[in-house]
Write a protein that binds this ligand. Structure first.
Ligand code: MG
Length: 160
């Protein structure tokens, strides 16, 4: 069986918070506001995995009301969801993601993001694509007020 899922996430950029994307700390004077470490790429991947399994969404698995996930490492959340993927008999085939951030430029971080995501999803790095775009000065991303990410994931299982 072959399944595809899509995930999207946006966080407001504020002072006094870290900016973590794909498990990489980005050097910047603003960070992502939110309940966990607010890694938008990890959150988009979580929703893509859940979407591929028709298994709810990030809010149903990690409610803001649960203190366990307060300031959580989003890759711990991703690992928690990967256990559900494996329990269903699926494995990840590939993922393709885009991070949208006006500044700073993410080029130097992309390689480390791909390595982190590949490890989390138990795939080779060449099965992980991470791209970066700006908002061209438009919308909340373009005004530097938000970071956003979108991801698709494909899953395979042995059963047909
Ligand atoms: Mg989020």
């Amino acid at each position: 069986m072959f399944r595809i899922g899509i995930g999207q996430d946006t966080h407001r950029l504020v002072a006094g918070r870290p900016l973590i994307l794909g498990g990489v700390s980005i050097a910047f004077d603003l960070g992502a506001e939110g309940h966990s470490d607010s890694d938008a790429l990890a959150h988009a991947l979580i929703d893509a995995l859940l979407g591929a399994m028709s298994d709810g969404d990030i809010g149903s698995h990690f409610p803001d009301s649960n203190p366990r996930w307060k300031d959580a490492d989003s890759f711990d959340m991703l690992a928690h969801i990967m256990k559900r993927v494996e329990a269903r008999g699926f494995h990840v085939v590939n993922t393709d993601a885009t991070v949208m951030l006006e500044r700073p430029k993410l080029r130097e971080y992309i390689g480390s993001m791909r390595v982190n995501v590949a490890r989390a999803l138990s795939v080779d790095v060449d099965s992980v694509s991470v791209k970066a775009k700006t908002g061209e000065g438009l919308d909340a991303v373009g005004r530097g007020e938000a970071v956003s990410a979108i991801a698709v994931v494909s899953l395979m299982s042995k059963e047909s």
